[in-house]
Write a protein that binds this ligand. Structure first.
Ligand code: ATP
Ligand code: MG
Length: 349
């Protein structure tokens, strides 16, 4: 027996000419959180649909909680909760009624379903809103209710398809807390996301998916290291002398700074430490360089994507060369050596 509670091998799924999955492999250890990270159209929802028995693969195999998703779909369904990408609540029912209905659909008695609904409304901070119809809920409340609905049967395995897309930062943080809480209670979670920061916040392991297959896998820290960690991004006032800038930055940056826009924009890889932006501004100020803007930016999915594929996550599918490679010429390299050109120079902020 395998030690993975979710396990997929070589999943292929075609929709007409479109190959949504092109041989996807996944493994999730029991009790852990796996993030499936990828841009629009990567195949994330298709993978979730196969693993949750909503659709069958053209080829490949998957097992969830020890059961085959194709031949033992009923067994799988009894052990999973699913929150789909599009919220699937009944807007005309109240929050409570949605939960009670979900409970009864999953086989609870009316009394048990009512008890469970109260419990979940409380846990998801919806007790007060529970009597109102769901169509009047905010996006964050609807997400929380949707999540609660997938948990009525207390499933050991939970699939969340882009649980926080479209939410404001506060609601996102609320959903993250809930997911962490579930995980510490022993629930295995597979979530999909387009955001590295979400994967970073939640997941022990991340699989980066592109064009229906895994193109990288690791811990969030490993993925970030693969794209060179944090970056310093400076906007200088016009007229700064690049040699002076390079010398002032030298103690704080890890590689060669790159300048663009006639020397007004400067970026460089940095190690992530507290107060770095302040130190950099002070050093530049002491060197007589004035700074319009400074930011220490963590790697984004764009960065990971660009490094892995040579194109941005937003660019059209199928492109295989770096977008805007002609900007290469425009980037002036600061410092003594003109090598070590980082791909990241083309990644949009
Ligand atoms: N039912 C369908 N019929 C036709 N094409 C489909 C269907 N479902 C998915 N596809 C196509 O398969 C590819 C993968 O789609 P999928 O929904 O799995 O991507 P995704 O990673 O979930 O994207 P998003 O981030 O936008 O949700 C896309 O090109 C999509 O258009
Ligand atoms: Mg999707």
């Amino acid at each position: 027996m395998s030690s993975y509670i979710i396990e997929a091998e070589g999943l292929v799924k075609r929709y007409g000419q479109v190959r949504a999955l092109a041989g996807l492999d996944l493994q999730v250890a029991e009790g852990s959180i796996l993030a499936v990270l990828g841009p629009n159209g990567a195949g994330k929802t298709t993978a979730v649909r196969i693993l949750t028995t909503r659709t069958v693969p053209d080829s490949g195999h998957a097992r969830v909680a020890g059961f085959d998703v194709r031949t033992q779909a009923g067994q799988v369904r009894r052990r999973i909760g699913v929150t789909a990408q599009d919220v699937t609540l009944d807007g005309l029912l109240t929050g409570r009624q949605n939960l009670v209905m979900a409970g009864q659909l999953s086989g609870l008695s009316a009394r048990a379903a009512a008890r469970r609904a109260t419990e979940l409304l409380e846990r998801f901070d919806l007790s007060e809103a529970g009597g109102r119809t769901a169509k009047g809920y905010s996006g964050g409340m609807r997400r929380r209710l949707d999540l609660a609905t997938s948990l009525v049967a207390a499933p050991p395995v939970l699939f969340l398809d882009e649980p926080t897309t479209g939410l404001d930062p506060t609601s996102r943080a609320g959903v993250w807390d809930i997911i962490r809480d579930l995980s510490s209670g022993g629930v295995t979670v597979l979530l999909t996301t387009q955001y590295l920061d979400e994967a970073d916040q939640l997941a022990e392991r991340v699989v980066v998916v592109d064009h229906g297959r895994s193109i990288a896998e690791g811990t969030p820290a490993e993925l970030k290291r693969s794209v060179g960690g944090a970056r310093l991004e400076l906007t200088l006032s016009a007229g700064a002398h690049l040699d002076v800038v390079a010398a002032a930055l030298a103690p704080y940056v890890e590689g060669h700074p790159l300048a663009s826009e006639g020397g007004r924009r400067v970026t460089a890889p940095v190690s992530n430490r507290g107060g770095l932006a302040t130190l950099v501004v002070r050093a530049l100020d002491a060197a007589g360089v004035s700074v319009d803007d400074v930011e220490v930016r963590q790697p984004s999915l764009d960065d990971v994507f660009f490094v892995l594929t040579g194109r941005t996550a937003q660019s059209d599918e199928g492109g295989d060369g770096p977008e805007g490679a002609d900007n290469d010429e425009a980037a002036a390299h600061l410092g003594p050596e003109n090598k070590a050109v980082s791909n990241l120079q083309e990644v949009p902020a």
